[in-house]
Structures are given as C-alpha cells and as structure tokens.
Design a protein around this ligand. Structure first.
Ligand SMILES: Cc1cc2nc3c(=O)[nH]c(=O)nc-3n(C[C@H](O)[C@H](O)[C@H](O)COP(=O)(O)O)c2cc1C
Length: 328
C-alpha cells in the first residue's frame, strides 16, 4: 500500500515527514528518546525540567544534536510548583541552542519568553487543556497550540473535556494551528485527529512504551498489561488534576487529598525522587507516574522507528477502509 504523504502545518513548518510530536515526558524524554523520534520522521522533545541547571540542559540538547540531524524541540515547564528551576536561564540556553521548537505547559508563556524564542527563530507551541486558555495563548502570540484532552496522561485539565469535543472546539475558536493530544496512540487516532481539524498529534503515553524510553522493564510490562481503566485522576483537590497509572500509592494519595492532608505529607509518597523508585527501579507500587487512557491500546514495546512505521501504515489502511465504506 502506498504511504500517505502528509502536508500539515507541522510537516511544512519543520520539514518532518510525519505530523507527530513526542510530548515532554518529565525525567524520561532525554536526548536518546527525542533523537530516536526525530530520526523516525517525527518531532522529538527533550524535557528540560529534570536537568535543573542550564549547563545540564545545554549538554543534553547538544547530545541530541549529535544523535540526529533532524529537527527536535525542548519542553520548558511553567507549572507554578516547579520552583527549583531557574526557568529564565533554561529558556536562554534553549534559545542559544536554537532547537526547532519549544513546548511550554503549566501556565501561559509570558511576553519575554515568546520574544526570546522568536528572536532566536524558534517556534513556540503552548500546550493546555481548555479552549479559554487557547484563546489567551493565541492573543499572547504563540505560534501553535497543543490541546490536551481528558484522556491524556499528565495534566489533562480540571474541566474534563474529551478529545472528540475539545479538538474541534479549539479548531473552531482560534486561527493558529492546533495539535491534538490525549488518548492518541495509533494510526486510527492520527487520522481521527486530522479529521477533527488538527495539524498533527502529540503523544506521551505511547512513546513511554518503547524500547528507547529508559523506564524499568517491570513498568514496561505493566503498561502492556494495563487496560484503559487502569489510570486515575489525582491532585484535583489542589486544582492541578493529574492522570496517572493506578497503583497503591496513587490510591493512597487520593485518599489523603480527600482528607485534606498537607501537600508536604503527600509529596513524601509521590515526589519526584520517590517516584524514581517506580520508573527507574521497577517498584510498581512506590511513587506515581503519569499515564493516559491510551495505555489500554499499548500491546507491546516496539522501537520508536517500528512504532512510527506502524502508525503510518495503519493510517493508510484506515483511509483506504474509509474509502470503501463512504464515497463523495
Ligand atoms: C510519563 C509522562 C510524563 C510527562 N511529563 C510531562 C512534562 O514533564 N511536561 C509536560 O509538559 N508534559 C508532560 N507529560 C504530558 C505529555 O507531554 C502529553 O501531553 C500527554 O502524555 C499526552 O497524552 P497521552 O499520554 O494520552 O498521549 C507527561 C506525560 C507522561 C505520560
């Protein structure tokens, strides 16, 4: 079957073959994963949050440049709780290194950040879960937006709107390009998102379940076994809903939140360092890890290149099947 040729804002702007972004994955999307995604014809993203210092961020971006000549981006976390990091210094180093794009999330990027990126010729794609934030981001001058639907891993918003509604609502509401995220993991999701008017898709959970992602084998096996009901929302009580893989710690944290326990106490169970025991050491009930409902569609652990080829082949098949079922 002939491979689809994509022509969307993403492929035209960055010169990549496929309109697929690997979203920021705190602690997990390093130079190797990002480069593998870009080498596979998509757009990889190095998450800067975990490196803490501008020197380490620079080192990781340079490592990615050694591993790929293709475009890739950097995720800069703007969540208010991320106080250990000097966001300005990190953003400056990202601008100096001239990555292809920056992905921001957590709160609207301020004018200084947008100006810094545009001055360096870098596109700024802001990721958020609600149309009202999209309108604000468009006004402030970002180049494109990624809408995270409620199915998504990480922070899918407080308003709980699923992708089938959120994506077309965003497409109808702004003039800048919209990228669809949340619940997308295969060729069917890609074609569906394009049908809804998106210029491409962003995936997180599916890229976590690949050979190149450095999570423990126990967690990879857990992702393969889990079905779509095995995620849960925590942190709603602190107005920062987070979709994570269901485990004993996530249940415990949710219980504590219902009892109004202090954030400090909750962090002893789910802070970044304790959660490393889950993804790094494979202790599946210790700590929490973001995970989307699309985990129910994860059936194996392919390499990134195999995964991308499979998605594109399935998208071609879906289009062909559609043509046999509907006609103009
Ligand atoms: C393990 C994991 C870690 C994540 N870490 C971040 C992060 O540090 N910064 C961020 O902006 N988004 C983060 N996300 C969200 C993803 O970039 C993306 O928006 C989301 O995974 C899309 O939904 P999906 O999981 O259904 O594909 C994370 C997601 C996962 C699964």
């Amino acid at each position: 079957m002939a491979e689809i040729k994509f022509k969307t804002w993403l492929t035209e702007t960055f010169g990549c073959k496929y309109p697929i972004i690997q979203g920021g994955l705190g602690y997990l999307s390093d130079a190797e994963l990002a480069a593998a995604v870009s080498n596979a014809g998509c757009l990889g993203t190095v998450t800067t949050y975990q490196y803490r210092t501008k020197e380490r961020v620079q080192e990781e971006i340079r490592k990615a440049k050694e591993l790929t000549s293709k475009p890739f981006g950097a995720n800069v976390n703007l969540f208010p709780a991320v106080s250990q990091v000097d966001t300005k210094a990190i953003a400056e180093v990202v601008a100096e290194e001239k990555v292809a794009f920056i992905e921001t999330a957590g709160r609207a990027p301020e004018a200084w950040l947008i100006d810094l990126m545009h001055g360096a010729g870098i596109k700024l794609i802001h990721k958020m879960p609600a149309v009202r934030f999209a309108l604000h981001a468009e006004k402030s001058g970002v180049d494109a937006i990624t809408m995270i639907a409620f199915e998504g891993g990480g922070h899918p918003g407080m308003e709980e709107v699923a992708g089938m509604v959120l994506i077309p609502r965003a497409v109808d509401s702004v003039k800048i390009p919209v990228i669809a995220a949340g619940g997308i993991s295969d060729g069917r999701g890609l074609v569906a998102a394009l049908s809804l008017g998106a210029q491409g898709v962003l995936m997180g959970t599916r890229f976590m379940a690949t050979k190149e992602c450095k999570i423990h084998e126990n967690l990879k096996r857990r992702l393969v076994e889990a079905n779509e009901n095995e995620t849960m929302i925590i942190d709603r009580a602190i107005r920062s809903s987070r979709r994570v893989l269901r485990n004993a710690t996530a249940e415990r944290v949710l219980g504590l939140q219902q009892l109004d326990a202090s954030l400090q106490h909750q962090l002893t169970f789910m802070g970044g360092e304790v959660s490393k025991k889950l993804w790094q050491d494979g202790q599946l009930d210790t700590g929490v890890i973001a995970c989307g409902q699309s985990v129910g569609l994860v059936g194996d652990i392919p390499s990134v290149a195999e995964l991308v080829q499979r998605i594109v082949a399935q998208a071609s098949q879906v289009l062909q099947n559609l043509q046999s079922r509907v006609s103009l």
